[in-house]
Design a protein around this ligand. Structure first.
Ligand code: URA
Length: 209
């Protein structure tokens, strides 16, 4: 699919199957999500630019590669995005963090913003927006709209599961934003849940419901 990368590493697929299983308890679900976030973070940052800096190893001087440019920004779509965010920050602890609070109106399935806080300068930074479920695509589109209005001009979107309907909506609204997912599922049900999916990601990671 144009603009979408499915990261189908066997470790990711195995862990994802454990997450999908309805009998997997909250603690294990959260740990698995964090582990998959590490693997997805590795892939989504694969092509970021490096520069060299002079350092001294115990054996002598070298020009050592480090990440070039301004700090990355991870933007979490609350609340389920935080599950992916934790794992991303394990790998890139110096990243800046934006939080976008959106909930889905249960009747219209439209996103309603209740919180937005982002680093001051988003221009020229790589902003990776995270949300485990790209379902209708409404929240993802709204979050990217908002970040673009705040100056973000280099964006990527990272999710665990995507529905074809969500991908279609997202890529037509933001064709400039590449999508990374661990899997593309069959379809959305009438309530906007991904099938076969894994249920409500927020409820499963936080033990709510
Ligand atoms: N959000 C979820 O948590 N799960 C879905 O299946 C769709 C949206």
């Amino acid at each position: 699919m144009q603009g979408v990368t499915v990261v189908d590493h066997p470790l990711i697929q195995h862990k994802l199957s454990l997450m999908r299983d309805r009998t997997t308890p909250t603690g294990a679900f959260r740990t698995l999500l964090r582990e998959i976030a590490h693997l997805l973070c590795y892939e989504i940052t694969r092509d970021i630019e490096l520069q060299t800096t002079p350092i001294e190893t115990p054996m002598g001087p070298m020009d050592a590669p480090i990440i070039k440019g301004k700090k990355l920004v991870f933007a979490s779509i609350l609340r389920a995005g935080n599950g992916l965010l934790d794992g991303m920050l394990d790998l890139v602890p110096a990243a800046r963090v934006a939080h976008v609070g959106l909930y889905r109106d249960h009747d219209t399935l439209e996103p309603v913003e209740y919180y937005f806080k982002a680093p001051g300068e988003l221009q020229n930074r790589l902003v990776i927006v995270v949300d485990p479920m790209l379902a209708t695509g409404n929240s993802a589109v709204a979050a990217i709209d908002r970040l673009k209005r705040r100056g973000a001009d280099r964006l990527r979107f990272l999710c665990l599961l995507a529905a074809p309907e969500g991908i279609a909506k997202f890529t037509s609204a933001h064709p400039d934003v590449p999508v990374f997912a661990a899997a593309i599922d069959s379809h959305l049900n009438e309530k906007g849940y991904i099938v076969p999916g894994l249920g409500d990601a927020g409820d499963r990671m936080f033990g709510t419901k």
